[in-house]
Design a protein around this ligand. Structure first.
Ligand SMILES: [Zn+2]
Ligand SMILES: [Zn+2]
Length: 234
């Protein structure tokens, strides 16, 4: 499990890596989980959390409600008594176990949506989960004791959220991808204009490390380069 340490002594542990990353933010006492991975990863997630010494989770923050991020939410809420946090605009998707239909951002992903994902979306319904806290644009995480906050970063989906830790590390969900070399642009986004604006907001946080839900970390230099490039084309 890869671990990032912040200057304030927090750990960001990538408890699941691969298909969909799952991150744990911990100060050794309080725990915040970011996303849950898809349903078939549940046993692994449970085991990794145990290995990390986690018995309770204060908050589960969902970066958005696509099934590969939210499918285990109900299990996390039940087993670890976590308060589930989601953006207001996606609360009903979570409460009904529905996926927001993604929109392709290139010819290939557009084709995928047209011939495959539209059909798949109805199969990808997941066990609904109740929510405890709804976010609009900003939420300070000082209550469970962290110098961190949640920022609304729409674009990939209308209610996409990022978690900003101490102006150092940003957990950005699918607002950026870390799979394609030299690019952070996700293959799916419901609104490209707001996506690029969200990159600008994320750069303004001062963070140097951007951790996406798919793939590995993005540097500030790369995000800045992409932001300037896309800004002229939207
Ligand atoms: Zn997504
Ligand atoms: Zn995703």
């Amino acid at each position: 499990m890869k671990i990032w340490k912040t200057s304030q002594g927090y750990k960001v542990i990538r408890v699941i890596a691969g298909r969909s990353n799952v991150f744990l933010l911990t100060d050794g006492k309080n725990n915040i989980l970011i996303d849950t991975g898809p349903g078939f990863m549940w046993k692994t997630l449970e085991m990794r959390l145990k290995q990390s010494g986690v018995n309770t989770i204060d908050y589960l923050i969902l970066t958005h409600t696509h099934y590969d991020h939210a499918e285990n939410a109900w299990r996390i809420r039940e087993k670890y008594k976590a308060k589930v946090i989601v953006h207001r605009s996606e609360a009903e998707y979570l409460a009904s176990g529905d996926n927001i239909l993604p929109q392709g951002t290139n010819w290939f992903s557009r084709l995928l949506v047209r011939i495959f994902i539209k059909k798949f979306n109805s199969f990808a319904r997941y066990t609904p989960c109740s929510y405890d806290l709804l976010i609009d644009s900003f939420y300070d995480l000082k209550d469970p004791g962290f110098n961190a906050y949640i920022l609304h970063t729409p674009g990939h989906t209308p209610g996409s959220l990022s978690v900003i830790i101490g102006h150092e590390i940003a957990l950005v969900g699918d607002t950026m991808f870390g799979i394609f070399r030299g690019s952070v642009f996700p293959p799916f986004a419901n609104d490209v204009r707001s996506l690029v604006k969200s990159w600008g907001d994320l750069l303004e946080t001062g963070c140097n490390i951007f951790l996406p839900s798919h793939g590995s970390e993005n540097s500030r230099e790369l995000v800045l380069k992409e932001y300037n490039k896309r800004l002229t084309s939207i």
